[in-house]
Design a protein around this ligand. Structure first.
Ligand code: S3P
Length: 162
């Protein structure tokens, strides 16, 4: 079984994916990290050089062509479920889990704003407005996940039960 963790930037997908993979004793795959490896540049550099549309195509291609082990936990980029048919693809190819978090919680966790091209230069107030707007736009995609769960409640048993 492949488990895809989805959700907004800062909700803890990468950290939770590592913890979950540890508990389930299976490999963890971080799709953003795979892109950084294959392109030999950071996500911010990629956005700057090629633009967002090229990044969305590349992350979708990476999602669909990666050579996944049979059982694994996959951390995805925050925007990935909201482009092309990526959410349907993940639902068909594994168990998709949306890690929910409120906008104020996300803002308090989003420290590394310079690393994230969409958040560059924002102060807390601008960021809160941006997160509220983007979440409203993205929730219809995120909510198509098979499991929708408060990010703080995720653990391996819950995934077994559902
Ligand atoms: C993005 C989220 C980022 C990264 C890129 C765009 C987004 O991933 O893919 O900066 O559109 O939400 P994280 O959610 O891992 O920060």
């Amino acid at each position: 079984m492949k488990i895809f963790l989805i959700g907004f930037m800062g909700c803890g997908k990468s950290t939770k994916a590592k913890q979950l993979a540890n508990r389930l004793d299976c490999p963890v795959i971080d799709l953003d990290a795979e892109i950084v490896k294959s392109e030999e540049m950071s996500i911010a550099e990629y956005f700057e050089k090629h633009g967002e549309a090229a990044f969305r195509q590349l992350e979708s291609d990476t999602l669909k062509t990666f050579d996944y082990p049979e059982t694994c936990v996959v951390a995805t980029g925050g925007g990935l479920p909201c482009f092309f048919d990526n959410i349907e693809w993940m639902n068909e190819n594994g168990k998709t889990v949306y890690l929910q978090m409120s906008p104020p919680q996300l803002v308090s966790r989003l420290h590394n704003r310079e690393k994230r091209p969409l958040l560059k230069g924002m102060d807390d107030e601008q960021l809160l407005a941006f997160v509220e707007m983007k979440l409203a736009e993205r929730n219809p995609f995120y909510n198509q996940a098979k499991i929708v769960i408060n990010a703080f409640d995720l653990d391996a048993e819950i995934l077994e039960e559902r």
